[in-house]
Ligand binder design. Structure first.
Ligand SMILES: [Fe+2]
Length: 227
């Protein structure tokens, strides 16, 4: 008899792989960002003594947390400087778009929860629903921290990269406020490994992907019509 669960896991693994490759082709820096997110998430889940199945699933699907951004204009995603109120409102929709995409592609609850809730704050001041504390699924609380760590370490068009030590202090200050205390504690126990992962999977020289070169030549600004 065919094991449906086995087929489902195979399907999810295969689809995640394809989506990641597409993201990598689209933008090499984002590709490495999602690689790091997977490794960080696995570390935290292990430290929290989560089940083997959970650890393997979060490692597999945490990379898809921002998949909803494919429906956000590049003008907004790449804007230098602060977003306007309207732009930020549009940007915030990526979490719900992500949930819809992963539901459509028949991903499981862990993937959908990460996409939908990774911008919720432990203190209830996040989005899209303003959930508080343990109302937020643990997988989303984990990805929330690792996403912030990685974002702070990276240079973006609107900010400089921060060194590991400074990032550490910022995350400590967010404990119990924006971030779950036990997730921050797990991060602190593994912080050297976070730094190692970042250093190992980071391109320090500016590079552009094959697709972005093609896009620049032939399809400039087509993606801006999405919303
Ligand atoms: Fe996000």
């Amino acid at each position: 008899m065919i094991n449906k669960l086995f087929i489902y896991h195979k399907y999810q693994r295969y689809l995640s792989y394809i989506l990641e490759k597409l993201i990598y082709l689209y933008d090499k820096d984002t590709g490495l960002h999602i690689k790091r997110i997977k490794l960080y998430s696995k570390l935290i889940a292990k430290e929290l003594n989560c089940s083997k199945e959970f650890i393997s699933e979060i490692e597999l699907v945490s990379s898809l947390h921002d998949i909803g951004k494919i429906f956000i204009s590049k003008k907004i995603l790449n804007k230098e400087g602060k977003l306007t109120e309207i732009e930020f409102k549009k940007m915030k929709k990526h979490s719900l778009y992500g949930k819809y995409i992963l539901t459509y592609l028949k991903f499981g609850d862990i993937a959908k929860n990460i996409a939908e809730f990774h911008h919720e704050h432990f203190n209830g001041k996040g989005y899209p629903h303003g959930l508080k504390g343990e109302e937020i699924p643990i997988e989303a609380r984990i990805v929330s921290l690792v996403d912030i760590y990685d974002a702070l370490r990276q240079k973006r068009c609107y900010k400089d990269a921060l060194p590991h030590e400074q990032t550490l202090e910022i995350l400590k200050n967010l404990s119990g406020d924006q971030l779950d205390i036990k997730v921050v504690d797990s991060f602190l126990k593994n912080q050297y490994k976070f730094n190692k992962i970042f250093e190992k999977f980071t391109i320090h020289k500016k590079s552009s992907s094959i697709l972005s070169e093609i896009s620049k030549k032939h399809y400039t600004r087509v993606d801006d019509e999405v919303i």
